[in-house]
Design a protein around this ligand. Structure first.
Ligand SMILES: *Cc1c(COP(=O)(O)O)cnc(C)c1O
Length: 397
């Protein structure tokens, strides 16, 4: 997740374009902005890159998820199937929509499994939000098939997987809508930002309005625009969008470097008995932001992250013990802290989240470790890392 590693003249030039005009707002001021439309440019180039008709930028990935829920009409009383391994934002966006998150097991792709999804279906299921974790894909074709058969809205959380594809098609482009994040630790970053993409014109029009108080963005007199929908302010600023324009143009290079670094490390690790790798339904489409692997059990996984850190191999995450990415340690959610912000109806319908049981996911997450792949490593550093990793892991395998 290395966008922050590569800020350079390209980002500075884009930001200066904005500062020189003084127009930091993404809408209007047509004359003063001297032809610079950074948010619009980012949207156009992102839509082309992802292979969809429309992209709408938002202030964050979380805002994009909320916008997607609103634009797809997911709301009060709806059940939304989600995986227990994700960043908490996915769950927040479901709750903030007034809907109820229903947890379904992951599989060894580290993403929502089609079997888990089927087991979680009820008559109230309205939407499914698979999360393409750590740069790679869920079994998205099977998930999409189930959604199509059952008439469910498929909404992909691809916040961590910009640039990844499944059989040549971009993650985020399979569902009715897909969401990306450009926060500081994502594949590309613009400080804070996100986007919702879709092929559905109605979803796009609703998203474009929802994220800006309902404005229809027709004509160039904001005061005279119609309100299409009760909305919010999830707008991105031109300054953030400007950074994103420069970063997106570096995406192919980012993917190349990540894939090369990851391949070198993975092939060295494959020689260590006792280590297995995350399943990738289409290895060629992996964006390679992480190398995820499985230790034999919880104990060896705990030992491994400690040994790796002690050996100077940084950026390794044992998600089972991590407070933000796995349901087990979401204490604020188990106890529904600040729940007074949620609609009464949602609260009444929410199950006791502290009692949720996802044994299959537990068994997988206990063993899973992900190592962040960086862009800035020299070939020597990659070699050193490989040697340190192999040595550290072999001591107890
Ligand atoms: C980062 C992330 C988000 C939220 O994105 P922000 O831009 O930080 O709001 C949502 N889902 C997943 C899986 C993420 O990793």
């Amino acid at each position: 997740m290395p966008g922050f590693e590569i800020f350079g003249d390209e980002e500075r030039k884009q930001v200066n374009d904005v500062l020189e005009t003084g127009v930091l707002f993404r809408y209007g001021f047509d004359g003063a902005r001297k032809g610079h439309w950074k948010a619009k440019t980012f949207e156009t180039e992102l839509a082309r890159r992802v292979g969809v008709k429309h992209a709408h930028l938002c202030a964050s990935g979380t805002a994009a998820l909320s916008t997607a829920m609103a634009a797809c009409g997911v709301g009060a009383g709806d059940e939304v199937i989600v995986p227990p391994f994700t960043f908490v934002a996915t769950i927040e966006s479901v709750l903030m929509a007034g809907a109820i998150p229903v947890f379904a097991d992951i599989d060894e792709t580290l993403c929502l499994s089609p079997e888990g999804l089927e087991a979680a279906l009820t008559p109230a299921t309205r939407a499914v939000v698979p999360v393409h974790m750590c740069g790679a894909m869920a079994r998205i074709d099977e998930i999409k098939k189930i959604c199509d058969q059952k008439g469910l809205t498929l909404l992909e959380d691809a916040c961590q997987s910009l640039g990844a594809t499944y059989k040549g098609k971009a993650l985020g482009s399979f569902g009715r809508a897909g969401c990306f994040s450009f926060d500081p630790v994502k594949t590309i970053t613009c400080g804070e930002g996100g986007a919702m993409v879709t092929d559905d014109r109605d979803v796009y029009v609703a998203a474009d309005a929802y994220a800006d108080h309902g404005h229809d963005h027709i004509g160039n007199d904001r005061g005279a625009e119609d309100h299409l929908i009760i909305g919010a302010n999830y707008r991105i600023s031109e300054l953030n969008a400007a950074v994103g324009v420069a970063q997106l143009r570096k995406l192919d290079w980012i993917l190349d470097v990540q894939r090369r670094n990851k391949a070198a490390i993975k092939s060295a690790m494959a020689a260590i008995p006792g280590i297995a790798f995350r399943q990738l339904p289409d290895p060629d489409g992996d964006s390679a932001t992480f190398l995820s692997f499985f230790m034999p059990d919880l104990e060896t996984a705990r030992q491994a992250v400690k040994a790796l850190a002690a050996a100077g191999v940084d950026g390794c995450f044992h998600w089972y013990d991590n407070k933000w990415h796995y349901i087990r340690k979401w204490d604020h959610f188990h106890t529904m802290k600040a729940a007074s912000r949620l609609p009464v109806q949602t609260l009444a319908q929410c199950p006791d989240f502290s009692a949720i049981s996802v044994p299959r996911s537990d068994a997988i997450m206990q063993r899973a470790i992900s190592m962040q792949i960086k862009l800035g490593w020299t070939p020597e550093q990659v070699d050193q890392r490989i040697q340190a990793m192999v040595k550290a892991l072999k001591t107890f395998l």
